[in-house]
Design a protein around this ligand. Structure first.
Ligand code: NAP
Length: 291
């Protein structure tokens, strides 16, 4: 079976349009992009287009490759303080002169549309309600859409990034799967992947997972995307693997869900901001009225 993400993403999109209408204003999603990485450019365009489709006001801050950490932190402070911005993301990867963890930690957790701030990631690990990182959140939606029963299931995650591998391992653990987290230092990867009833692969290594590495009848979520000879390919050797297991295609699997989950996070942040407006600063910090 092919585990497509397109129909589910379209269904979620319709729901989000209604939630935006109910808000009564266009929520603002700002995207900060540093440098000119072609893959990042494509992702950012997709996010801005989808925001427009839903009635979200998307705005791009495109900074040059030579931007300093201090300059980026200054922009983040501005976005944190701007009431028209309900949420924002800093597109990864960042140039090497910038410490991405420092940048993510500077984002106000109430505007953290990517769910990457330590507070949000920590809440996710605890199993508390929070803004979850878009890709893992989309994977969980897909698992529920295809009614994959997680409790007691042997789940193997390959890749341990803060954006995908770690948060999906927390979400699966919170839903009672038995989770193994693999990475580049894992010995005999195939021994682990062959045990998996559910296999999530987020590496960025084309066709890493071959048919002899998966269990008959397993469910496989391929997060990887790599441009190869002008085509976007995943981490799973799709044709042979799909003959023995259910697999997400690349493109058309996890990708559309990642984009729509970012939009859902933004709508949720805007709903929260509307329900709990930020208190005015204390009088000493307010500017005195003239005259
Ligand atoms: P990342 O930060 O690049 O990390 C890759 C992970 O893979 C690391 O944990 C690394 O291990 C592990 N790894 C590398 N080679 C390995 C091997 N041979 N065997 C086992 N593990 C190995 O990862 P990411 O940001 O999560 O991205 C992963 C992929 O998903 C990329 O292709 C990215 O473009 C794609 N992605 C797609 C979407 C989407 O919406 N479709 C969203 C996000 C990411 P170490 O930790 O030991 O180095």
């Amino acid at each position: 079976m092919i585990l497509s993400g397109k129909a589910l993403a379209a269904e979620i999109e319709e729901g989000l349009k209604k939630r935006v209408e109910k808000l009564g204003f266009s929520p603002g999603l700002d995207i900060v992009m540093v440098g000119d990485d072609p893959a990042s450019r494509t992702y950012v365009e997709k996010k801005l287009n989808k925001a427009g489709d839903i009635g979200i006001k998307g705005r791009l801050h495109h900074l040059t490759e030579s931007t300093t950490e201090e300059e980026l932190l200054t922009l983040i402070s501005k976005l944190n303080a701007d009431k028209s911005v309900h949420g924002f993301i800093v597109q990864m990867p960042l140039p090497k002169q910038i410490d991405s963890l420092k940048i993510i930690s500077a984002i106000d957790p109430r505007k953290d549309a990517d769910g990457l701030h330590p507070l949000n990631l920590g809440r996710l690990a605890q199993g508390s309600k929070t803004i979850a990182s878009a890709t893992p959140k989309g994977i969980m939606r897909m698992i529920d859409y295809y009614k994959i029963p997680l409790a007691g299931m042997e789940a193997v995650v390959v890749g341990r990034s803060n954006m995908v591998g770690k948060p999906i391992s927390y979400l699966l653990t919170n839903r009672d799967a038995t989770v193994t987290l693999c990475h580049s230092k894992t010995k005999n990867l195939a021994e682990h992947t062959r045990r998996a009833d559910l296999l999530v692969v987020a590496v960025g290594s084309p066709y890493l997972i071959k048919a002899d590495m998966v269990k008959e009848g397993a469910h496989i979520i391929d997060v990887g995307t790599t441009k190869l000879a002008g085509k976007t390919v995943g981490d799973v050797d799709f044709d042979p693997v799909s003959r023995k297991a259910s697999v997400t295609p690349v493109p058309g699997g996890v990708g559309p869900l990642t984009v729509i989950m970012l939009m859902e996070n933004l709508v949720e942040l805007a709903e929260r901001a509307k329900a709990e407006p930020q208190p005015e600063p204390p009088p000493s910090r307010r500017r005195r009225k003239q005259g």
